[in-house]
Design a protein around this ligand. Structure first.
Ligand SMILES: Nc1ncnc2c1ncn2[C@@H]1O[C@H](COP(=O)(O)OP(=O)(O)OP(=O)(O)O)[C@@H](O)[C@H]1O
Ligand SMILES: [Mg+2]
Length: 496
């Protein structure tokens, strides 16, 4: 948790009526009975770190003006507030509940606020000592090396807000989701948990698994998690079926015999053989050339394969996990994926939901990515409060990958340790996402074509080969269209 000693009484700004209250002469809060006897309950309420809840503030002060004004500011900042006017009352509260922030007056009717510090769990609660006596400043200075901050009344409202923001942000960053039960993945939404349960169930079996979902949802992570939880002794070997041309993929996948084609100087073990007793991950399976799909079917049906240029059928024991960001049934319907292969590949299918359908996971992931960057960079950067809200609300059409990139970029650009994601860099709401295009009646074919091309390119991160495959045209056609839009001939810059 971030600890920062706040400077004393910076109250030069012209005060608003509420702000004036923060500086007014103290009136005492009437003595109140603690509303719950400590003996009634020794159980402390702790919240699930994965649930998004309002930040909590405990104000321990008998100065009614200060309490009300502080509570009002904190309420506007989204805090849930508890007030205690005495030490005893505060102790009761703290034994029952963990607060994100405690503002504790130094001089309380029944003792010193410093006594409370022994009871505050500083790992969970950001403790701040407040005093109206500037003369004790030097004594408070001695706390600099310890884990509390201090404030001297009258408190500058901006400082108070800053403190509230820091506590709220720390709170949300503090408990990144424990990675172990999620196979190193971050998430706690219902949809994500369903995926984790499927991984647990299917991993120890030999079933072929088809993982599908939008681009960037974490399909490859799921495939790796299946392998890691499987207990299989061989390696995890990943092949991107869309990245390599058919001929070459054939030899990469099945290997080749020496002299089987020009340049085949020695025998080459294919990915299939390398993945023996492990997992072969076939990414972008729907992009695999039809002839290769036939060969693959043979492997799945008979558990054997043949190297390119070879004559013998070789047995292989391998678990196949494949992935696609297309709807697999549509891929079958459109003839991209052989139907018989689809049934063999999808012995068990895992749909990975898009990030916008995983309640609260965007913030959990953002916090985990920031925590990772902080660890690597030896920093303690925190998100600005409005960025936290915007992260939770954004549609993230590019899913986890897009979120990860946004956090990384804004971390690099952070000023004074505050990480902000500029509003314009937030993706548009889901109904305007890169997955849908809306045309009004009367839009020309030319304009529709231009927008389809732009959106598809955007969807595939400007990867022309993938966009071309999705549109059923060649990368060259895309290159020519883009050049035509610019009113010139295709250049080398258009390659991609
Ligand atoms: N649950 C998660 N926890 C942590 N990081 C994640 C999670 N899901 C995805 N990521 C990260 O997001 C990025 C994209 O994940 P991945 O490559 O697995 O997605 P994908 O669905 O395979 O994408 P594509 O369809 O583009 O191939 C990676 O950096 C990955 O580490
Ligand atoms: Mg992938």
């Amino acid at each position: 948790m971030r600890r920062k000693i706040l400077p004393v009484a910076e109250n030069l700004a012209r005060p608003s009526p509420r702000d004036r209250l923060l500086r007014s002469k103290p009136q005492r809060v009437p003595r109140a009975e603690p509303d719950m006897d400590a003996s009634q309950s020794s159980e402390k309420t702790t919240s699930d770190p994965n649930t998004i809840r309002a930040p909590t503030l405990l104000i321990v002060d008998d100065d009614v003006g200060f309490v009300h004004a502080t509570a009002e500011v904190a309420r506007l900042e989204g805090f849930e507030i508890t007030i205690a006017s005495e030490l005893g009352q505060a102790l009761h509260r703290m034994r029952q509940h963990d607060y994100d922030l405690a503002l504790v007056d130094l001089d309380l009717p029944d003792g010193s606020g410093l006594q409370l510090l022994e009871d505050i769990d500083v790992q969970r609660t950001h403790a701040v000592i407040v005093t109206g006596r500037p003369t004790v400043e030097s004594a408070l200075q001695s706390l600099r090396s310890s884990v509390v901050d201090y404030l001297v009344k009258p408190i500058c409202p901006d400082r108070l807000r800053e403190l509230l923001h820091a506590a709220a942000t720390d709170r949300r960053i503090a408990p990144p989701v424990a990675p172990t039960p999620n196979h190193g993945m971050v998430g706690a939404s219902r949809g994500f948990q369903t995926v984790c349960r499927m991984i647990e169930k299917v991993a120890p079996t030999d079933a072929a698994v088809l993982v599908h979902g939008e681009s960037g949802v974490g399909k490859e992570l799921v495939a790796r998690a299946i392998h890691e939880a499987s207990g299989r002794t061989g390696p995890f070997v990943a092949v991107n079926c869309g990245a390599v041309a058919g001929e070459l993929l054939s030899s990469q996948l099945f290997g080749h015999e020496k002299g089987s084609f020009t340049g085949a100087f020695s025998r080459h073990l294919g990915f299939l053989e390398q993945a023996a007793h492990g997992t072969l991950f076939l990414d972008e399976i729907t992009e695999m050339a039809p002839v290769l799909q036939t060969h693959l079917l043979r492997v799945l049906d008979f558990g054997c394969y043949r190297r390119v240029g070879g004559h013998a059928d070789l047995p292989v024991e391998v678990r196949i996990v494949s992935a696609t960001n297309r709807d697999p049934r549509e891929a079958v319907a459109s003839g991209r994926l052989r139907e018989d292969l689809y049934y063999r590949l999808s012995g068990f299918d895992i749909p990975v939901p898009p990030l916008r359908e995983r309640d609260g996971d965007a913030l959990r992931l953002a916090n985990a990515f920031l925590a990772e960057l902080n660890t690597r960079g030896g920093t303690r950067h925190a998100f600005a409060p409005d960025t936290i809200d915007a992260i939770a609300r954004a549609a993230w059409p590019g899913n986890v990958r897009e979120l990860r990139n946004a956090v990384q970029r804004s971390y690099i650009l952070a000023e004074d340790g505050v990480v902000r994601i500029a509003p314009q860099s937030f993706p548009k709401p889901a109904d305007e996402s890169s997955h849908t295009i809306t045309f009004t009646i009367g839009t020309s074919f030319e304009e529709m074509e231009r927008r389809i091309l732009r959106k598809t390119l955007q969807h595939y991160g400007n990867n022309r080969r993938r966009a071309a495959a999705a549109l059923g045209i060649t990368a060259r056609t895309i290159r020519n269209r883009l050049a035509r839009e610019r009113g010139g001939a295709a250049t080398d810059d258009d390659e991609g």
